[in-house]
Design a protein around this ligand. Structure first.
Ligand code: GLN
Length: 242
């Protein structure tokens, strides 16, 4: 009996694709394939129907105005909401994270835009722009911790409501803006600020998303070059080097 490939759905690169976050979709697809699991990357542009049978959906970073269009298109389409109702995972970075919340502001006039409402967060322009390498400590479901490395570049600061919990605790950088918490988690929806792409720099987070989506644990992958890169990045950030 043949089973359908696991679908990794990359949403709206033409709108939210300026930070290289499409690499997150490539990482998820490759980490499944390296384990012998049939997987395919589906890239969906605005106007294309969003497939409802994906395992993981991804949103990336982008400009303020693109965020407005992305929200409208995703609401009009409705496919992402159906997929989430069916248990899919949504992983959203920066602008993508902000649009998952109830609202966010754009432009110098701080126009308030309604978001998708799948995360109990709100984003408002902060007193300064958060730019630079960041480091935060993530607690995995088994209670162990792992550092998340990446770089952030956002003017919006995000506050969490009671239904969302922080993804990680900030060690260096701004995170959600308060330099204390990074990202948000609510059920199968996870938002985070770091680019990098974040899942290339943080393979444990990539595997966590896949395990959430598949509902089972995955065999570890031994990729020493990724661990070596992580070690270098963490040391550089702690020493204040670029
Ligand atoms: N436009 C948003 C902000 O500046 C998101 C930026 C991004 O995706 N890097 O807050």
């Amino acid at each position: 009996m043949s089973t359908a490939p696991v679908r990794i759905v990359l949403l709206y690169q033409s709108l939210l694709g300026i930070y290289g976050d499409h690499g997150n979709a490539m990482v998820l697809t490759r980490r499944l394939q390296w384990r012998g699991i049939d997987a395919e990357l589906i890239s969906v542009d605005p106007g294309d129907p969003v497939p409802t049978d994906g395992a993981v959906y991804l949103l990336g970073g982008g400009e303020d105005t693109a965020q407005i269009t992305a929200v409208k298109e995703l609401k009009d389409d409705g496919g992402l909401f159906s997929a989430l109702d069916d248990g899919a995972v949504l992983f959203a970075v920066c602008a993508g994270y902000q649009i998952c919340g109830h609202s966010f502001t754009i432009g110098a006039r701080d126009e308030v835009i309604k978001g998708l409402g799948v995360l109990d967060v709100e984003t408002r322009r902060g007193p300064e722009r958060a730019v630079g390498e960041s480091l935060s400590r993530w607690t995995l479901p088994d209670g162990t911790t792992s550092l998340i490395t990446g770089f952030e570049n956002h003017g919006g600061w995000t506050s969490l409501g009671p239904d969302a919990t922080p993804l990680a605790a900030v060690e260096k950088g701004w995170g959600n803006g308060d330099s204390r918490t990074e990202g948000a988690v609510q059920g199968q929806v996870i938002g985070a600020y770091p680019h990098g792409p974040i899942l290339a720099r943080n393979p444990q987070l990539a595997d966590h998303l896949l395990e959430q989506a598949l509902g089972r644990s995955l065999d570890p992958l031994d990729l020493p070059e990724i661990e070596a890169l992580r070690t270098r990045r963490v040391a550089a950030v702690r020493e204040g080097r670029p």
